[in-house]
Design a binder for this molecule. Structure first.
Ligand SMILES: C[S@@+](CC[C@H](N)C(=O)[O-])C[C@H]1O[C@@H](n2cnc3c(N)ncnc32)[C@H](O)[C@@H]1O
Length: 238
């Protein structure tokens, strides 16, 4: 009886998370994003479709780079957001540095050809997290450069099949070594079970370390979850 109840609770919680996307708001985020990039003098070269970033993620990243004073950005998973970070840096004359980690060598090379910063190609290696075997970026590649980041965008490795579902929980095994004293973390696809688990694991880890942070979210076709410390608290309300 009890295991059945536990399973039912899991299903209800998964369904309620999925119902927290608001596809009808996607056009609102599109309008805000296109308004902001036009104001910054940036070309609209984006394809926020399929597995790529959706408009609420592009909106959120654009707001972060416009409104927060950021020094070091780590992006896990290359694509539309990589191009956005590169274009916005030039358009806003921003000083931040970007480091992008990508597992797919062909995609890494393709995106690298369009941006001015390094795309680090990292193999996916087996990693045990929270009692599960997952595949996560080679940690030497993630830690390379020894930087501390004030914005981390968790949008990789791919996690859209059942076999890959929990692969982004690997972030919990590396995140505390990557964070600056003040930070924002954006978790994309937070409506999905694996990413919800990644959010939970990072929350538990940071709480256990006594780190104070606010949480927020935005939702269009997909949902993004945000952790933000005091200096960047506004990001939890974007
Ligand atoms: C969710 S996507 C990463 C999204 C990225 N942050 C963006 O804004 O588009 C996760 C992975 O899908 C793969 N991917 C995304 N777009 C792709 C494309 N157009 N062609 C091939 N692979 C792609 C890459 O391996 C990437 O790391």
């Amino acid at each position: 009886m009890l295991p059945k109840l536990g399973k039912l609770r899991g299903i209800v919680s998964s369904l309620s998370r999925q119902s927290k996307t608001y596809p009808e708001l996607e056009s609102v985020y599109r309008d805000l994003f296109t308004r902001d990039i036009a104001k910054a003098g940036m070309d609209d070269v984006y394809y926020p479709v399929g597995h790529a970033a959706n408009y609420s993620l592009l909106y959120l990243v654009m707001r972060c780079v416009q409104e927060l004073r950021l020094a070091e950005i780590l992006e896990l998973g290359a694509g539309q957001t990589t191009i956005l970070l590169d274009q916005a840096k030039r358009a806003l004359a921003a000083k931040y540095r970007v480091r992008t980690i990508e597992h797919d060598p062909l995609w890494a090379a393709q995106v690298a050809g369009r941006v001015g910063h390094e795309i680090v190609q990292a193999k996916l290696l087996p990693l045990a997290v929270g009692g599960r075997m997952t595949n996560y970026y080679d940690r030497d590649a993630v830690f390379g450069g020894g930087r501390k980041y004030d914005l981390i965008i968790v949008d990789g490795p791919p996690a859209f099949t059942a076999a890959m579902r929990y692969d982004r929980t690997g972030i919990a095994a590396v995140v505390e070594h990557l964070l600056a004293a003040e930070f924002v973390i954006i978790f994309d696809d937070a409506e999905r079970d694996g990413e919800a688990e990644a959010v939970r694991a990072c929350r538990q880890l940071l709480n256990g370390r006594g780190v104070e942070f606010l949480e927020g979210s935005v939702s269009g076709f997909k949902r993004q979850h945000v952790f933000a410390t005091t200096a960047h608290a506004q990001a939890a309300f974007f």
